[in-house]
Structures are given as C-alpha cells and as structure tokens.
Design a protein around this ligand. Structure first.
Ligand code: THG
Length: 283
C-alpha cells in the first residue's frame, strides 16, 4: 500500500474494509498499460480466509455448490459461496494449499464471519482464521518475462490456476498463475508484510525496460473480459444460475451444500432473469 501511494494512485475505494487503488494515470491509460505491457496491482484487499483441520474439505464443500473432490494441492478454483436461498455471498478464488487446508481469496464481503458462524453448528473439526497474506498481482502480456526475472525461469512452467513456491530473498513465496484480468499473469501471495516494499521495488526495477507500471483491477478490461464483480454486477439477490455462472455449480452431487435445494429448483424452472454481456459494435 505504501508503494502504491508512492507511485501515485489517483483514487481508491474501500474493499474488505481496506483501501484499494482505483487508477493511477487514468482508467484509459492504465488499460493500455495492462493490455500492452505489464502492471503491478496491490490486491492485498483480497483477504485469505483459511479453513484448516481434518474436516477442511467437508466444510469447504458445504460452503460452495462447486465440486471440490478433484481439487489437487497446488490448484486454484473459482467458487461461489451461496446462502440457503442460493444467493451469492461471495465469489472467491479457492486455493488448496495443503491436503487439509484451503484459502478462500475473497471478494468484498465478510466471509470470515459467515464461515465462522456456519462452523458453530456444523459439527466439523475445522479452524477458520484470516492469515496476514496479501496478494500482489502481476498482469499483462509481459508478466511471464517479468516474473521469470525475479523468481527464475521455473515460474513460466506454471499452468493456469496452479501455484508453486518460488524464492524471493531467501523466502519461499506462493505464486499462482491467476489474476482478475484476461491479459495473463500471476498473483504472489505475500505472507511477510515486511517484504512488501522490497517485492514491489524488485519487480519495478527488473521490469523497467518492459515498461512495467503500477495498476489495479481495471474496469474497462474486466468488463471486456466478462469478469463479474461481486457487489456491483451481482449481490446476494442473485443466484449463480441467473448470474450466468452455472458452470461453477454441480447440482447433481451427493454431498449437501448451502443453497443446494434452492438452486436445484431454479435449475428445474429456469432462472427468471439473466445477467448477460452486451457487445456494442461502433461504426
Ligand atoms: N484473485 C484473488 N482473489 C480474488 C480475485 C482474484 N478474489 C475476488 C475476485 N478476484 C474473485 N473473482 C474472480 C472471478 C474470476 C476469476 C478469478 C476471480 C477468473 N476466472 C477465469 C475466467 O473467467 O476465465 C477462470 C475461472 C475458471 O475456469 O475456474 O480468473 O482475481 N486472489
């Protein structure tokens, strides 16, 4: 955050009770830098909600209609969290960091309280917490080159939605091939707050000839890419089927989850409304 201030963000919003930059030069100039070069995003506001313990898989599976049985350690999945009516509570990126430990990298709503509340009466052996882990996204067509310069050539081998650990100044950092743009890139899950400035400065220095610049989730690019923003495009008043996210719901499953009956009803009747993208062809 201090680095983004130093690099001069022009506006910010509040996301998960924290400040998140909205643009640097201008939304349009930032868009072109993201699409042509590479940008660093402080997305530390995407907090991790950690679910750990012997019943971590069973409990996490209770929170989302997406089937997690085939989720390997080292894999990410985009998941919807639903309430008992099928309403979307959040749409985090899930990381299976260990056999019995998941991180939900959350959008803007209070998942820690939601999950801890559900755990009270679930009768499952889990511990739910918020580790101090702050993602830094590296997004844009030159992201592979930049990441390889800082983390080594091995980072290029990461497949989409997979993560590994890569050395930074003697400390292994979790690096995933993911990010909230369609330009490609990585997210570095910084678990050492004291290394934040060093990490930002190292990436900026290594990418000078790549024209690296500061950035943040870009409204123009993510709408063009069809990425939905929780709290803006959809809220708890929408279910995943009407949000066009049915492909992330497995309703024929045997294990129960919150909202399953409601979603099955919507699937049988067909959603009453649909959130759709619209392409305007300009002359
Ligand atoms: N990174 C991290 N946390 C996050 C986001 C992120 N938390 C909030 C928000 N973004 C979660 N929302 C999304 C939405 C879409 C994607 C990622 C996070 C995404 N979707 C791919 C797509 O649509 O092409 C693929 C999804 C899939 O096939 O599973 O990447 O960005 N840490």
């Amino acid at each position: 955050f201090d680095a983004t201030r130093r690099w001069g963000f022009k506006a910010f919003t509040v996301y998960n009770h924290m400040y998140m930059p909205l643009w640097f030069e201008s939304p349009l100039a930032d868009y072109w830098k993201l699409v042509n070069d590479v940008t660093l995003w402080d997305v530390g506001v995407e907090r991790q909600v950690e679910i750990a313990g012997p019943d971590a898989l069973r409990f996490t599976q209770l929170l989302t209609p997406r089937d997690l049985s085939n989720c390997a350690v080292g894999q990410c999945k985009y998941v919807l969290l639903c309430d008992e009516n099928g309403g979307i509570v959040n749409d985090p990126l899930l990381l299976r960091v260990a056999e019995d430990r998941f991180w939900l990298s959350i959008a803007d709503s209070d998942v820690l309280l939601w999950a801890r509340g559900i755990a009270l009466n679930a009768g499952l052996d889990v511990t739910i917490s918020e580790p101090d882990v702050s993602p830094l996204a590296v997004q844009g067509p030159k992201a592979d080159e930049l990441a390889a310069r800082v983390f080594g050539e091995g980072v290029r081998e990461l497949r989409f939605f997979r993560f590994g650990h890569f050395d930074f100044q003697g400390h292994p950092l979790l690096v995933a091939r993911s990010g909230w743009s369609k330009q490609g890139g990585f997210e570095i899950y910084l678990d050492r707050p004291e290394l934040g400035l060093a990490l930002w400065d190292a990436l900026m220095a290594a990418g000078r000839d790549l024209e690296v610049g500061p950035g943040c989730p870009n409204l123009i690019e993510r709408i063009e890419g069809g990425l939905l923003s929780y709290g803006n495009d959809m809220t708890r008043d929408n279910d995943p089927l009407e949000a066009g996210l049915a492909r992330y719901c497995h309703l024929d499953r045997e294990t129960g989850c919150l909202g399953l009956e409601a979603l099955r009803r919507v699937a049988a009747e067909g959603p009453a409304r649909l959130i759709r993208g619209l392409r305007l062809e300009m002359e």
